[in-house]
Design a protein around this ligand. Sequence first.
Ligand code: PMP
Length: 405
Amino acid sequence: TDLAQGLRLRDDFPGLLDGKGGDWHYLDSAATAQKPTAVIDAIARAYGPDYATVHRGVYERSANMTLAYEAARRKVAGFIGAASDSEIVYVRGATEGINLVAQCWAGTQLKAGDRILLSTLEHHSNIVPWQIVAEKVGAQIDVVPLTQDGRIDLDAMRAMITPQHRMVALAHVSNVLGSVLDCRRAADIAHMVGAKILIDGCQAVPRLAVDVQALDCDFYVFSAHKLYGPTGIGVLWGRKELLDAMPPYQGGGSMIDKVTFEKTTYAPAPTRFEAGTPHIVGVVGLSAAIDYVQGIGLDAIHAHECAMVAKARSAISQINSVRVFGPEDSAGILSFEVEGVHPHDVGTILDETGVAIRAGHHCAQPLMRHLGVEATARASFGIYSDDSDVDALVKGIERVRKIFG
Ligand code: PMP
């Protein structure tokens, strides 16, 4: 893409205005993405003239909303290459998706002595749910190390995996380093010993084309709010035979077949996992977000974000005593450290110049420990990012350097 112009989408995003007539450089899309007007309008319509519940109403408005809700499920399935829309479970977000698999699959399948394989760079939401279930069933957790440049080391994974490993859970794209996993190879290694593999696709789905069947994983999760959609809604994809064999996650309305005090039977997947009135409007917003992103194309988005990161990486690494983390080909995310300056101070000074980055441990404390830092500064790009954002970031870091000498 023409970096100076970006993808020319800024006008679609009211959240990119700073409200004071100035430029705002939003470089925190990995935390959550700004929303295009198309998504905001779809949400407003869904809460306004289209609003009604799903699955229960006999009146036309509810029937229409149910159609929209289920059409969105088919859209999601197509978007990630699922074999069937019955493999798509609506959840609150990636966090809930992982907890659901940890409790309903691992919690019922694993026994004492079984092992779970994670990696050093995982987000806390792909660590803690496994620790909770491991403690419950007496399983052990092992950790795949990283390569020098910050990728999950699949050679090491191959060497350490055993038939005791029943579940492997890895991030498709690191939320700190932007490193991209070769999911297919990771899946092949997991399947070699008969383990299942869950991929945390939170940072991948907004940044690259995902086809869960080509990746050959068993579960895949992501959150809508990083995909330019609303908060509070996300997706768990699971292979049909796995979902069919899993017990319910929560009990309540909608997830049942028949309820009596003697015995209750459950609806088939995915309904079995969607207890209670769902996030109807969230689903509508997610659907609009997928339309928006598909209108641009994931390949164009990926190329654009890689170009942004490459430019930022080369400019930032030329500034005195600034260290960048992660591989050269990281996808849309760049962590860095200004030596001798706390990342929070870097973030605060950048904020004064209208540049919004994230500073902290990014919910990846084990990775921070591995990098030998307490925190990093992180710039992350989105479909609306352009050259002016990179320039403002570089200028801001130069200012940090000046202030701190
Ligand atoms: N995994 C990764 C890699 C993430 O970046 C995030 C969000 N920071 C999550 C999981 C959790 O997503 P959510 O908070 O939307 O459930």
